[in-house]
Ligand binder design. Structure first.
Ligand code: OSB
Ligand code: MG
Length: 370
């Protein structure tokens, strides 16, 4: 049992190594919220994956800050926690705002794992020392730039590449990548850029032996994805549409996808992420861990989660150097030659936040004490 005595919110802005463009936005910096939760002489950290604007999801840095400050932190401050499920129970009245809830719940996971002296992966029931990873490559100004970018990553040792696609940047792009790297594991992510009426284009992608196509249709849809699924050979993987274990069950009951991308923030925390993982084990549905351009704090969570047995496809969890010149937490994650990252075995998430660098990148801070 630990009493939550202090919570801090930090709003930071951290420049990317290179811009990242999807079908919905082009960004050059990661704006983010970090939270620290302290009690019993121990501190745990959580990273909120909400973005600067409501493009990937309705949640933003501003909404997450507001919901944490006004509703979630008061539900935790001064309260006793024994396991992460206690946090889930406290937040049960809150509808939506999964990324805000996940941020605080993950901080409590880190706090409790540190207090027990065990790694986050161990606390989650992880079974691997290394996890397979790939790299998500954004939309580039032209095909030549894209091929150069992929070549850098292939040379770095990534065995799986994800291409962002949108109408006009799809079939020709994937064909060119396939011709250049016939044996590379390739998957595509549309971030909801297509409609059912685009069936002809989507079917053309079937010829490229893609691992999967991620979220081709509307960001909240499972009905039309189920219709599309029966017309494509390439497995459909849902990302944006899965907000909770309930959504995962509905999607699987409707046969809307053959694979699920689990993002801890999007589904409302590690407890929900593990529930979706377990449900998918029972139904023989592979899962993989999505990424949200996290710092090492969020990356550590993604790596620990990916050590669970049904994370059988490579995650969107690249080495730290792919994202930022200098991360706010250490040590960095470094790619192994077999396209894996090592799972930290130190207590908690295994990384240490540099408070000086957090202060340098500071946009705003709030401190709450019990
Ligand atoms: O759809 O998977 C996505 C980044 C921001 C928002 C949405 C997505 C992504 C990525 C990044 O693909 C993957 C990574 O963190 O490396
Ligand atoms: Mg995606």
């Amino acid at each position: 049992m630990i009493k939550i005595e202090r919570v801090e919110l930090h709003h930071l802005s951290l420049p990317y190594v290179y811009p990242f463009e999807t079908s919905f936005a082009r960004e050059t910096v990661r704006e983010l919220v970090l939270v620290s939760v302290s009690g019993g002489g121990v501190t745990g950290w959580g990273e909120c994956v909400a973005g600067s604007g409501p493009w990937y999801s309705y949640e933003t840095v501003g909404t997450a800050w507001h919901v944490m400050e006004t509703f979630l932190i008061p539900m935790l401050l001064g309260k006793m926690v024994e396991n992460p499920g206690d946090v889930v129970d406290r937040f049960v009245r809150v509808r939506g705002h999964a990324m805000a809830r996940a941020c605080l719940e993950n901080a409590v996971w880190d706090l409790l794992a540190r207090a027990k002296g065990i790694s986050l992966a161990t606390m989650l029931g992880g079974a691997r020392e290394r996890v397979s990873v790939g790299v998500s490559v954004g939309i580039e100004p032209n095909l030549n730039e894209l091929l150069k970018r992929i070549e850098v990553h292939v040379d770095e040792g990534y065995a799986r590449v994800k291409l962002k696609i949108k109408p006009g940047w799809d079939v020709d792009v994937v064909r060119a990548v396939r011709e250049r790297w016939p044996d590379l594991a390739v998957q595509v992510d549309a971030n909801s850029a297509y409609r059912l009426s685009d069936l002809t284009v989507l079917r053309e992608l079937d010829q490229f032996e893609l691992l999967l196509i991620e979220q081709p249709l509307h960001y909240d849809d499972i009905v039309e994805h189920a219709q599309l699924r029966s017309q494509l050979r390439t497995p459909i993987c849902l990302d944006e549409s899965i907000h909770s274990p309930e959504h995962a069950r509905w999607a699987l009951d409707m046969d809307a996808c053959g694979i699920i991308n689990i993002k801890v923030g999007r589904v409302g925390g590690l407890t929900a992420a593990c529930q979706i993982h377990d449900m998918c084990v029972k139904r023989d549905v592979p899962v993989w861990c999505g990424g949200m351009m996290e710092t090492n704090i969020g990356r550590a969570v993604n790596v620990a989660l990916s050590s669970l047995p049904n994370f059988t496809l490579p995650g969107d969890i690249s080495a730290s150097a792919r994202y930022f010149h200098q991360d706010i937490a250490r040590p960095d994650f470094v790619l192994n030659p077999d396209s894996t990252l090592g799972v930290p075995s130190e207590p908690g998430n295994g990384v240490t936040v540099s408070m000086e660098y957090v202060a340098d990148l500071h946009v705003a801070t709030l401190v709450f004490t019990a």
